[in-house]
Design a protein around this ligand. Structure first.
Ligand SMILES: NC(=O)c1ccc[n+]([C@@H]2O[C@H](COP(=O)([O-])OP(=O)(O)OC[C@H]3O[C@@H](n4cnc5c(N)ncnc54)[C@H](OP(=O)(O)O)[C@@H]3O)[C@@H](O)[C@H]2O)c1
Length: 417
């Protein structure tokens, strides 16, 4: 990785674009653009960026024809050269990038945003890369006022925003901090895109076991001293959620949630005795045990190179492809979460959260776009008060963001019991 550069210019007060989507020709990039077209204000000045002028122009033509009442979308040609990335990030107030694998392509892009004070959102799930970016770019981003939010797709925004919603419900309903939170993937229907498959395999090819281990600690990017976490059996029966097993996204989501814990008042707002885990809800004990075994076997396949090669051969889609609109229609994702009030009682009062959305890739696109709009427009967010840095989706959470997500098809509801 190259060393951080010094900025040569002060960013102008208003950039040419409000948002640029880099990777717009890819599967997730196109869905992100379609979300902007459907849900962002029509006055948004925006552009699509990528390395193929012909493919960008086709998309530009199609979208400008279909949405004549919007400010027309522009194109921006950008490969991954330093000169072009600089030109790209200086042209926009905020960059959404879906160019992955991020561990392979993402560093110069995120770093340039930090250096030139450009806000940034991505949908990586590659937590060793996020770990590296926090260490490398947080201070620069803060000095330059750039709000940088990685892991803003299905990994790890549902966990981070739902936990924020639980904490808020417990604070407002019981006037106390939160103790234990169990967050569960309740139901998912959807298939993995070729780009995601490539990214997961690439992560295990690229990161060393030491890097994976270091970055997977629950407090690896937590900016304050986080409470010790108790051991919890991988397969267990939760009193509210039933039988549960470990979740595939649990590690990526947990580091993000603990970063939020520390960013909010060094853990005081969330709760000094905060315990957090992510699980999969299963039908019964046997289902939970089988899931746990399958996840362990998958883990071994990722680490052992010849087994990874076999996985590559059976991937459902090639890079650039994923389920089409018809196939996505019946897809969905739903999470449940339980938070216990930290009130020293034997039977703690609790809050429940339900996060429900459409196809997981559409959820990713909606989360990135709505978080991007919150970064640009919400002057009272914690992210603004912190003055920027490598932050989390929860730092721009607000009732207004929850309402906007609701209008776009993602429902986050809490209740106390
Ligand atoms: N964890 C989550 O929640 C989540 C959810 C969704 C996606 N993702 C991640 O998002 C990333 C994209 O996924 P996807 O399915 O959309 O992949 P994809 O369809 O293969 O798209 C990748 C994009 O990156 C661009 N690209 C690749 N190499 C480039 C280069 N050298 N210069 C410029 N552009 C380049 C591609 O451009 P061309 O079109 O020109 O090839 C394409 O636009 C993956 O890393 C995936 O893991 C994560």
């Amino acid at each position: 990785m190259a060393s951080p550069r010094n900025p040569t210019t002060t960013p102008p007060p208003r950039r040419k674009y409000d948002i640029v989507v880099f990777g717009a020709t890819g599967y997730t990039g196109k869905l992100t653009c379609e979300t902007i077209l459907k849900h962002a204000p029509s006055s948004l000045r925006w552009a699509i960026a990528g390395r193929s002028p012909q493919r960008l122009e086709l998309l530009q033509h199609e979208w400008n024809r279909s949405y004549p009442d919007r400010v027309p979308v522009q194109t921006f040609i950008c490969d991954l050269s330093e000169v072009q990335i600089e030109a790209l990030v200086k042209a926009t107030a905020l960059l959404i990038t879906t160019v992955g694998p991020y561990i392979r392509y993402g560093t110069p892009v995120l770093e340039a945003c930090a250096v030139y004070g450009t806000h940034y959102v991505d949908c990586t799930g590659e937590y060793p890369w996020t770990y590296e970016m926090v260490k490398r770019c947080h201070k620069t981003a803060k000095n330059r006022g750039a709000i940088i939010i990685p892991q803003c797709g299905v990994e790890s925004a549902p966990a981070d925003l739902s936990t924020w919603a639980l904490i808020k419900a417990v604070r407002e309903g019981f006037n106390t901090g939160t103790g234990k939170v169990t967050f569960a993937l309740h139901k998912i229907k959807g298939k993995t895109s070729g780009g995601t498959f490539e990214t997961v395999l690439n992560l295990f090819e690229t990161a060393t076991l030491q890097e994976l281990h270091e970055s997977s600690r629950y407090n690896s990017i937590c900016p304050a001293k986080a409470p010790e976490q108790p051991y919890q059996y991988p397969v267990r029966r939760d009193p509210d959620l039933g039988f549960v097993s470990p979740s595939i996204s649990g590690t990526a989501d947990r580091v993000q949630v603990f970063r939020s814990w520390g960013l909010f008042d060094s853990g005081v707002y969330y709760g000094e005795n905060f315990i957090w885990s992510e699980v999969l809800q299963r039908r019964n004990r046997a289902h939970a045990i089988v899931t746990w075994l399958v996840l362990n076997i998958l883990g071994v396949c990722m680490i052992v190179a010849p087994l990874r090669w076999i996985l590559k051969k059976i991937r459902p889609f090639a890079p650039g492809e994923g389920p089409n609109e018809e196939q996505r229609k019946n897809n969905m994702i739903e999470y449940h979460g339980i938070a216990e009030a930290d009130d020293d009682s034997e039977t703690p009062r609790k809050a429940f959260v339900n996060f429900k959305g459409p196809d997981p890739y559409e959820v990713t696109a909606i989360l990135m776009v709505e978080v991007a709009l919150a970064i640009l427009h919400d002057k009272n967010s914690l992210a603004r008060k912190l003055g920027g840095g490598v932050l989390t989706p929860a730092t721009v959470a607000s009732p207004h963001l929850i309402q906007r997500l609701d209008r776009a098809g993602i429902h986050i509801e809490t209740k106390l019991f």
